[in-house]
Design a protein around this ligand. Structure first.
Ligand code: ADP
Length: 405
C-alpha cells in the first residue's frame, strides 16, 4: 500500500510518498510560493533522483496536481500511475476537542476543521485547502486527517484548564490544547520500545519528550499518554522558541497596549515573530548562528542560549513532578537532534533526577543508528535519548492503520 502524506501551509505544499509494506519513503517534494508569482516545485526520490521546475501554481489545487504529476512522470517519477496512490494522509494542526485520534475525512470532518480555523487561523485554513485539493484530484481513495492536537487530548483537566472564569472554557473553548503532538507521539513510541527493552514496563514509563526546533515544546508522557504539553491555547506558550516568546506574564500584553500604545496586531507580531532567540539576541532565530556568536563572545547570544536551556531544564523538573518521577528524557527536532551543547545544558544539574549526559556519547553528529541514540551515562538511572522525529511516517502509519481496520 502506498500512502501519500500532505502538509499544506499557506503558501506551500509538502508531500511524501511511502510504501507502507516497507515503510520506505519513495519520494518527497515541496511546492513553494503557491498563490504568488515565482512558484516552484522540487522533488527528490529515495534513490537520489531530483526534479526541479518553476511552474505557475495559483492555488493549492494546481499545486497538488503538479505534485502528483511529478510523482508519476519524468525524471523523478516513482509510480506508474495515480492508481498506485492508495490513500492520502493530511497533517492538520487543530482538531479542537473533537478529535483524540486520526480520522477518515468526510464532509463532517472538513467542516470541523473549518470550524477550528477560528483557533488556528494560520494553519487550519491552508490545511483544509490541501485536503480539498487532494480530495478533488484523488476522489476515489480515502483521505485521513492527522491532528497535531490529538495526542494531547488525554491531558487531565487540571493540566488543560487555565485559571480564568469557567465560561472562558465552556463558551469560548479557551484551554490548553498542546501542539507538535504527531512528533511527540512518534518519539514517545520509540522511547517506549527502548524502555521496554530495558526492563521498564509500559505502565511504569514516565517520559519527557523535548521537541526543540524553530517551534519548541515538551510533553509529559505517562504510560504512553500525554498528560501535559508546554504549548497552550496557541503555539506561543512555554519554551523560548526561534521567534516566539514562550511563557510570560499576561499583564505584559496589557502594559504593551495601555502604556506603550501597541496595537493588537503589533503585539501579535512582537510575541510570535520578533521575540524568542531572535528578539533576545538581535542576531538570528537560528540556533547555529547563536552558538557561533556566543562562542565569539556575544553576550546577548549567550543569554539567549542560557535562557533557552533554563526553560527546558525547568520544565523537565516540572514534568517529573507532574508524573511522580521520570525514567526517560528524549530530545528531538532540529536543535534536539543536532545541538550537543544545548542537550548538555538543558539537563545540567539534573543529576538529582538521575539524569547525566555522557560526553563521549553526546557528540555531533550523532550516529542515529536506526534513528535513535542513547546519550546518558551507563550508571545514570534515567535514560537519555536523542531520537530523529518523523512526523510524515507517523501520518502515513495512522493512515494505513485506519484503512486496515
Ligand atoms: P522546524 O521547527 O521549522 O521544523 P527544525 O526542527 O528544522 O525546525 O529546527 C530548526 C532549528 O534547528 C534551528 O534553530 C537550527 O539552528 C537548529 N539546528 C539545525 N541543525 C543544527 C546543528 N547542527 N546545530 C545546532 N542547531 C541546529
Amino acid at each position: 500500500m502506498n500512502v501519500l502524506v500532505v502538509n499544506a501551509g499557506s503558501s506551500s505544499l509538502k508531500y511524501e510518498l511511502y510504501d507502507m509494506q516497507t515503510e520506505q519513503s519513495l519520494a518527497k517534494g515541496l511546492c513553494e510560493r503557491v498563490g504568488s508569482a515565482g512558484s516552484s516545485i522540487e522533488q527528490e526520490t529515495h534513490d537520489g533522483r531530483e526534479f526541479e521546475a518553476d511552474v505557475e501554481m495559483p492555488d493549492h489545487t494546481i499545486a497538488f496536481e503538479r505534485a502528483v504529476h511529478a510523482l508519476v512522470n519524468g525524471d523523478a517519477g516513482v509510480i506508474d500511475s495515480l492508481d498506485a496512490i492508495n490513500a492520502v494522509g493530511h497533517r492538520v494542526v487543530h482538531g479542537g476537542e473533537d478529535f483524540a485520534s486520526s480520522v477518515v475525512i468526510n464532509a463532517e470532518v472538513e467542516s470541523a476543521i473549518d470550524r477550528f480555523g477560528a483557533l488556528a487561523p494560520l494553519h487550519n485554513p491552508p490545511n483544509l485547502m490541501g485536503i480539498k485539493a487532494a480530495r478533488k484530484a484523488l476522489p476515489d481513495v480515502p483521505h485521513v486527517a492527522v491532528f497535531d492536537t490529538a495526542f494531547h487530548q488525554t491531558m487531565p483537566r487540571h493540566a488543560f484548564i487555565y485559571g480564568l472564569p469557567w465560561e472562558m472554557y465552556e463558551e469560548h473553548s479557551i484551554r490548553r490544547y498542546g501542539f507538535h503532538g504527531t512528533s511527540h507521539r512518534y518519539v514517545a513510541l520509540r522511547a517506549a520500545e527502548y524502555l521496554r527493552e530495558h526492563g521498564i514496563a509500559d505502565e511504569d514509563q514516565k517520559v519527557v519528550t523535548c521537541h526543540l526546533g524553530n517551534g519548541c515544546s515538551m510533553t509529559a508522557v505517562k504510560a504512553g499518554r500525554s498528560i501535559d504539553n508546554t504549548l497552550g491555547f496557541t503555539p506561543l506558550e512555554g519554551l523560548l522558541m526561534g521567534t516566539r516568546s514562550g511563557d510570560l506574564d499576561p499583564a505584559i500584553v496589557i502594559y504593551l497596549a495601555q502604556t506603550l500604545g501597541y496595537a493588537i496586531d503589533e503585539i501579535d507580531t512582537l510575541l510570535n515573530k520578533q521575540s524568542g532567540l531572535l528578539g533576545l539576541s538581535g542576531i538570528s532565530n537560528d540556533m547555529r548562528d547563536l552558538q557561533k556568536a556566543a562562542s565569539e563572545g556575544n553576550e546577548r547570544a549567550r543569554l539567549a542560549l542560557d535562557l533557552f536551556a533554563y526553560r527546558v531544564r525547568k520544565y523537565i523538573g516540572a514534568y517529573a513532578a507532574a508524573m511522580g518521577g521520570v525514567n526517560c528524557v528524549v530530545f528531538t527536532g532540529g536543535i534536539g537532534e543536532n545541538d550537543h551543547l544545548q542537550r548538555e545544558w538543558c539537563v545540567q544539574g539534573l543529576e538529582f533526577l538521575g539524569i547525566e549526559v555522557d560526553p563521549a556519547k553526546n557528540t555531533y553528529p550523532l550516529p542515529f543508528e536506526n534513528g535513535s541514540t542513547a546519550i546518558g551515562t551507563d550508571s545514570a538511572p534515567t535514560h537519555l535519548l536523542a531520537i530523529r522525529t518523523n512526523e510524515e511516517l507517523m501520518i502515513a502509519r495512522d493512515t494505513a492503520q485506519l484503512l486496515m481496520n
